[in-house]
Design a protein around this ligand. Structure first.
Ligand SMILES: C[S@@+](CC[C@H](N)C(=O)[O-])C[C@H]1O[C@@H](n2cnc3c(N)ncnc32)[C@H](O)[C@@H]1O
Length: 260
C-alpha cells in the first residue's frame, strides 16, 4: 500500500469534489493503488501532481474511480416487475410521472426507462431526468451509441424500433435521446430533485460506506412524491428500510412511508 492516503483523499476532494471518505476504503484504495502503479508512479503525491497537469491522466482517474459499467435492462426480471406492476400503479395516480435515473453512467439505464415508458406515454411529450457525477460518462450517454453486448437483455422490439445498426455499433433514436435530460449530479453533495414518482438508483450504493448510505437513503426518501418508488440494484436490498422511513414494496422496490 502507498503512503498518505488521507492526504491524497483531501487533495482529490479539493480537485474533483469527490469525497473518497464516503466510498468503501479497502476496495477504493486497492483500485486507486493499482491504477497509480500501472501508470508507473509509486507515490500519491507525484501521481496527484501529474493529475493536475495532464488531462488524459485526470480523465482516466475519474473514469476508473467511478466504475461506469452498465447495460440495458440490467437484471431483466426486475425490469419486468417495473413494467408490469410498479409503473402501472404509479400511472393510476400520475399519468406523466416524474422519473429520475440517479448515477446513470453512460445512459443505458435512463434510455431503458424511456423505451419502457414509450409503452405508456408519448415520448415526444415526456422527459426523464438522468444524472451522474462523471461528466465523461454523461457525454457518452448523450451520444447514445452502444455495442450489441450492452443490448442483450433489451426486448427485441425495442432494438428494432429504437436503434440504427451501423456495423458493430447501435445508435439510439433521436426520439429516445430527446426524452432524457442529462445533468451532472453528485449524490454526496448536491441537492436532490423533489417530488419524484420513480427514482432508479442502481449499482452505485454498493461502493459507499454505511454512513454515506444513511444520508443518501434519507435524501432519496425526501425526494419521493407521495406515491413515489425507489428502485435499487440487485445486490442493494436495503436492510431495515424503516430506519429511513422507507417501506419494502417488493424486493428491490421501496416506497416512502408517508413521513418526511
Ligand atoms: C456501476 S455504474 C451504475 C450505472 C447504472 N445505474 C446501472 O445500474 O447500470 C455506477 C455509476 O455511479 C456513478 N457515481 C459514483 N459516485 C457517484 C456520486 N457520488 N454521485 C453520482 N454518481 C456517482 C459513477 O460515475 C457510475 O457512472
Amino acid at each position: 500500500m502507498l503512503d498518505d492516503y488521507e492526504g491524497f483523499k483531501e487533495k482529490i476532494f479539493k480537485l474533483t469534489g469527490i469525497d473518497l471518505s464516503s466510498y468503501k476504503e479497502r476496495q477504493m484504495r486497492r483500485r486507486i493503488d493499482s491504477l497509480i502503479l500501472r501508470n508507473n508512479y509509486d507515490d500519491y503525491y507525484l501521481y496527484f501532481k501529474a493529475l493536475t497537469q495532464n488531462t488524459e491522466l485526470y480523465n482516466e482517474f475519474i473514469n476508473y474511480l467511478t466504475i461506469n459499467v452498465s447495460e440495458f435492462y440490467r437484471n431483466p426480471e426486475q425490469w419486468a416487475i417495473l413494467e408490469k406492476e410498479i409503473i402501472p400503479d404509479i400511472m393510476k395516480s400520475n399519468n406523466k410521472p416524474k422519473i429520475w435515473s440517479a448515477a446513470c453512467s453512460t445512459g443505458e439505464e435512463p434510455y431503458s426507462l424511456a423505451m419502457m415508458m414509450s409503452r405508456f406515454v408519448d415520448l415526444n411529450n415526456f422527459k426523464i431526468l438522468a444524472t451522474d457525477i462523471d461528466d465523461g460518462a454523461v457525454e457518452k450517454a448523450k451520444k447514445g451509441v452502444y455495442t450489441q453486448k450492452s443490448l442483450e437483455n433489451l426486448p427485441k422490439d425495442f432494438v428494432d424500433k429504437f436503434f440504427t445498426n451501423t456495423g458493430d455499433k447501435y445508435a439510439i433514436s433521436e426520439t429516445v435521446k430527446n426524452s432524457i435530460e442529462f445533468k451532472h449530479h453528485n449524490l454526496l453533495e448536491d441537492k436532490y430533485p423533489d417530488n419524484c414518482d420513480l427514482i432508479v438508483c442502481r449499482n452505485v450504493m454498493i461502493y459507499f460506506t454505511e454512513e454515506a448510505k444513511i444520508g443518501m437513503y434519507n435524501n432519496f426518501r425526501k425526494s419521493l412524491s407521495r406515491i413515489g418508488v425507489l428502485f435499487v440494484g440487485s445486490t442493494e436490498q436495503i436492510i431495515l428500510p424503516h430506519r429511513y422511513k422507507l417501506e419494502s414494496l417488493k424486493t428491490f422496490f421501496y416506497k416512502g412511508n408517508g413521513q418526511v
